[in-house]
Design a protein around this ligand. Structure first.
Ligand code: ZN
Length: 244
């Protein structure tokens, strides 16, 4: 119940910040971090009652391990769901790690997980990681937390790609705000999203990735030609083998 109320308050703050509730006849605004937080809070509370679906964890962060992984003080490792930051020695690896550090280390986090704390192949819990950014400490006039979705913030600052590989319900809930974050980074030509994305040879797009022509991961005739910017704006990410 508490989570539900927190969610409602977060939603209210979201609409007030956006200048009022949207008229019913118009399409609703794309979700932002607070709206996603409110939605996931409700879903996690419902899952708790039914004993399946979304999970919720919280705790202080001990350290950032790389751009898209953190370790909580209790030792639990969390891998950010649906994002990918550069590998070691690749451009922007260091910047992504620094941003992750700055945002999370020593912070209390609220983490929503898919399928009761589903883990990846390395034993890391896959999650949507939120931090509170002011509003709770000191001021009695602003008692509502403002939340930041770290998964989205890494993309928004051009230091991570949106990275999809299946369509579990948590990924689906995050996708609109992550796509919006990626569009922001492309519009502002930040980090991994330089200005010449439309130039050069067309890439070949599959459902979730895009490739250089001739990539070993493509079957003969597979892939639809498009420019990089179109591929990225549609939620595809660069293949890790051919690095287009
Ligand atoms: Zn490829």
């Amino acid at each position: 119940m508490l989570y539900f109320l927190t969610g409602l308050v977060a939603l209210l703050v979201y609409y007030l910040q956006r200048g009022g509730f949207p008229p019913a006849s118009q399409p609703s605004l794309p979700p932002d971090d607070a709206a996603v937080y409110a939605e996931l809070s409700q879903k996690a509370e419902f899952s708790q009652q039914t004993g399946r679906g979304f999970g919720r964890l919280e705790g202080p962060v001990g350290r950032a391990i790389d751009g898209d992984t953190i370790q909580l003080l209790d030792g639990t490792r969390i891998r950010y769901l649906a994002v990918d930051t550069p590998e070691k020695d690749a451009p922007f690896y260091r910047q992504a790690l620094e941003l992750n550090r700055r945002l999370t280390e020593g912070q209390r986090t609220i983490i929503f997980t898919a399928a009761r704390h589903q883990k990846d192949a390395y034993g890391r819990v896959l999650g949507a990681v939120f931090i509170e950014t002011g509003g709770l400490s000191g001021s009695s006039t602003n008692a509502s937390p403002t939340v930041l979705l770290v998964n989205a913030e890494l993309i928004r600052q051009g230091l991570a790609h949106l990275y999809l590989k299946d369509s579990n319900p948590l990924t689906e809930a995050l996708k609109p705000v992550l796509l919006e974050a990626q569009a922001w980074a492309i519009d502002h030509q930040l980090g991994l999203f330089p200005g010449e994305l439309k130039a050069g040879q067309a890439v070949l797009a599959t459902r979730y990735r895009y490739h250089r022509p001739g990539c070993q991961n493509l079957k003969a005739g597979e892939g639809k030609p498009m420019d990089r910017e179109t591929a990225l704006r549609s939620g595809r990410s660069p293949c890790r083998t051919c690095r287009p």
